[in-house]
Design a protein around this ligand. Structure first.
Ligand code: AMP
Length: 395
């Protein structure tokens, strides 16, 4: 198989699907360039080989062409990061874009306009993908964040390069980290799954029951599990239609000898607000008018002890409403415990927008073995699903 490491790009025009879906403020300035930086190793390798680079990405969720979602807003910063001029085509498939692709010289970079200005992108339209593939020698997919979508630029375009296709360094690293955790974890293996809903995490929980030693549940979905077991949860978040699912998970965990751990105490609030009145109770004794919004001291200690003894750690989803300072401690302390365990030699993988945000806010990214760039894509891979963007390169 051709790989980004062993392929010689000299004299080749490489079309790279990157994930430049970065946050912009209302002046269209980039507020976090992590995703752009993540694509640099692949771009630089191709330029070093004396190939030329054509970059394509989506940005936001535009409905048709709209200037606030233009990738032109990224040109200056990208050019600065690469230390080279970046040309820009203000439409991704126009005649002008085709000419610019054709005339691009070795060592030059061209960024195409937002793919999602065309509805054909998300529909996976073949004619649109064919136009993207015109005047190109080799296709590189390095957009992990959209690898779970069968879009024109992430999946369909690959069929026009039956031999000349590969992953970039970013996707390679993502796959390596996830496969390490799924296929050859050091033990004890502890997964910490948090977030709002059982329904969005149930598939990953089920898949992990075959692999982990400890499965820690936190966040809003805890209360569905507690209610299912007869506990009192007051006005905490609950999915009434998932009570049976919760009991099923508890049963399966027992059968598979997985240590399924719930919080033992709850930080409750009298309203959903940072300045709410708070009190701590046992997890199954939340008062009638109260809502559990974070894990409390004893749970933090219980979780941290397990995390710090682990050799493999997977974390997805916050332990509480961490967006509010008053309810951020559970999430913060879990992040710190994972960093500590990693320092002691554990392999840690953190994914999902909120968990990654917590890690970044605490400046702990360097202390985690791998911080994933793809929330939904990582979740689906960890559920055991085949991602269309991954399959399109491998088959
Ligand atoms: P998810 O997208 O499913 O990972 O859920 C993340 C969201 O869950 C965050 O916005 C948190 O504020 C929210 N969350 C975490 N714990 C709770 C809780 N105890 N009650 C309500 N929402 C929560």
């Amino acid at each position: 198989m051709k790989t980004i490491e062993n392929y010689n790009f000299e004299g080749k025009k490489a079309l790279i699907r990157v994930d430049f879906n970065v946050p912009l403020n209302d002046k269209q300035e980039i507020t976090d360039d992590t995703r752009i930086k993540a694509a640099l190793p692949t771009i630089n390798k191709i330029l070093k080989d004396k190939g030329s680079v054509i970059l394509m990405s989506h940005l936001g969720r535009p409905k048709g062409v709209s200037p606030e979602f233009s990738l032109k807003n990224l040109v200056a910063h990208l050019s600065q990061l690469l230390g080279r001029e970046v040309k820009f085509a203000d439409d991704c498939i126009s005649e002008q874009a085709q000419t610019m692709k054709k005339e691009l010289k070795n060592g030059e970079i061209l960024l195409l306009e937002n793919l999602r200005f065309y509805s054909e992108e998300k529909k996976g339209d073949e004619a649109f993908a064919k136009k993207l593939a015109e005047n190109i020698d080799v296709y590189v997919n390095d957009a992990f964040g959209t690898a779970h979508r069968a879009h024109a630029s992430t999946t369909v375009v690959a069929k026009f390069f039956p031999e000349e296709k590969m992953f970039g360094f970013l996707i390679n690293n993502e796959l390596k980290s996830m496969d390490k955790v799924l296929r050859e974890p050091g033990h004890p293996f502890t997964a910490i799954i948090g977030g709002a809903k059982v329904s969005s995490k149930i598939n990953i929980i089920i898949n992990l029951l075959d692999k982990v030693d400890n499965l820690i549940i936190g966040g809003g979905m805890t209360y569905t599990f507690i209610k299912a077991q007869g506990g009192k949860i007051g006005n905490s978040l609950v999915e009434e239609d998932k009570l049976d699912t919760a009991l099923e998970v508890i049963k399966k965990a027992k059968e598979k000898n997985v240590n399924l751990i719930f919080p033992v105490d709850s930080l409750n609030a009298d309203k959903f607000a940072n300045d709410a009145k708070t009190e701590v109770t046992k997890i199954d004794e939340v008062g009638d008018d109260w809502l559990g919004l974070d894990i409390a001291k004893n749970s933090i200690k219980l979780f941290n002890d397990l995390i710090e003894k682990s050799k493999t750690i997977l974390w997805n989803g916050p332990m509480g409403v961490f967006e509010m300072e008053t309810f951020a401690k559970g999430t913060t302390q879990v992040a710190k415990a994972i960093a500590k365990a990693t320092e002691k030699g554990a392999f840690s993988l953190v994914g999902g927008g909120d968990s990654v945000a917590a890690i970044n806010k605490l400046n702990l990214a360097d202390k985690i073995s791998y911080v994933s760039t793809g929330g939904g894509a990582m979740l689906e891979y960890m559920e055991g699903k085949t991602l269309p963007g991954i399959k399109a390169i491998r088959e």
